[in-house]
Design a protein around this ligand. Structure first.
Ligand code: NAD
Ligand code: LMR
Length: 332
């Protein structure tokens, strides 16, 4: 399909990894920015992974995607983020069985210092970036803190996979199509303290909590969603990849083009301390609506019961503890 739209620059870090392998092809196919938006892919890797990245690039060429106008392969962050309008920050090491995502902070946190500085220096004025690499919330905070000239609301961490997991578990329990499930919330950290909240969710015309019952919600649903990443690592011997790439595609698609009417999505965004008692200065997952112009708005005015408020406090404290661990990385 020939199009006259100007290409946008999309950076993918960790492009030779397993999420990268699912993500790049769908971006090039138009699944994120739409069928009329050409893209230039900038793929950033570490030096030892450059040969593997060359292989992925050859496969991208062999797909003959009309929307893929150019590809730049690099191990230099300044080249990788030069002129970037959007970035998927995937490049980071995954956890192994028996680890919590926060155990990766020491290894992965420093990656986001250099990348934040590069974004600050060379990204496009309208830059926006989604952090996927774990621990995603705190890595996003490190990234944003090292790019002081870029507004903090341009950075987010991915909790869309948790939201997708939650919606699917609800649909499966009730025996309906997942499209019937709306207004699910994921509060807080992309970790086992996350708070999948269904007190505002609907399944078809019913309140989700009435459709599934409180016992199932507390005993089955919350642990299943919060521990799904670990269950996948145990089963596959590797962390989720295609579903993670799919969630990243969903998240950036909606951020760029808008959320469906009457629904909201999950995104971990910088907290200014003015919503729902969430601590200031952490990247905390909240329900957001995207108008379709590259911005997000937190859904306001929801009633939070005591049970959810307590869980929200616990996940917020975990984020504050993670922030304290990386304090040295936040100031450049
Ligand atoms: P992977 O090991 O297959 O790939 C990671 C890639 O990142 C590797 O190719 C590696 O060379 C590259 N990399 C490492 N340091 C880099 C740097 N400084 N710059 C650029 N690239 C770098 O891992 P994966 O399965 O693709 O997962 C990537 C990350 O995403 C992991 O941290 C994983 O835990 C996380 N993840 C997050 C979610 C989520 O929901 N937020 C879901 C799944 C996975
Ligand atoms: C997931 O949720 O699948 C990812 O964050 C990978 C992990 O370590 O759980």
């Amino acid at each position: 399909m020939a199009t006259t739209n100007k290409p946008i620059v999309v950076t993918v870090t960790g492009a030779a990894g397993q999420i990268g392998y699912s993500l790049l092809f769908r971006i090039a196919n138009g699944d994120v920015f739409g069928p009329k938006q050409p893209v230039i892919l900038k793929m950033l890797e570490i030096t030892p992974a450059m040969p593997a990245l060359e292989g992925t690039a050859m496969e991208l060429e062999d797909c003959a995607f009309p929307l893929l106008h150019d590809m730049i392969l690099t191990d230099d962050a300044k080249v990788g983020f030069d002129g970037a309008n959007w970035a998927f920050l995937v490049g980071a090491f995954p956890r192994k069985a028996g680890m919590e995502r926060a155990d990766l902070i020491g290894k992965n946190g420093p990656i986001f210092v250099g990348q934040g500085k590069a974004i600050n220096e060379v990204a496009a004025d309208d830059f926006r970036g989604l952090v996927v690499g774990n621990p995603a919330n705190t890595n996003a905070l490190i990234l944003a803190s090292n790019a002081p000239d870029v507004p903090k609301d341009r950075f987010a961490a991915m909790t869309r996979l948790d939201y997708n997991r939650a919606r699917n578990q609800l649909a499966k329990k009730v025996g309906v199509n997942v499209s019937e499930v709306k207004r699910v919330i994921i509060w807080g950290n992309h970790s086992s303290t996350m708070v999948p909240d269904i007190y505002h969710a609907r399944i078809g015309r019913k309140k989700a909590i009435n459709a599934v019952g409180k016992r199932w919600y507390k005993k089955e649903f919350i642990p299943t969603v919060a521990r799904r990443g670990g269950a996948i690592i145990k089963a596959r011997g590797a962390s989720s990849a295609a579903s993670a790439a799919n969630a990243a595609i969903n998240a950036v698609h909606d951020w760029a083009l808008g959320t469906p009417k009457g629904d909201w999505v999950a995104l971990a965004v910088y907290s200014d301390g003015s919503h729902y008692g969430i601590p200031e200065g952490v990247m905390y997952s909240v329900p957001v609506v995207h108008p379709g112009d590259g911005t997000w708005q937190i859904v306001e005015g929801l009633d939070i019961n005591d049970e959810i408020a307590e869980k929200m406090r616990i996940t917020g404290e975990e984020l504050l503890r993670e922030r304290a661990v990386v304090e040295d990385l936040l100031h450049g």
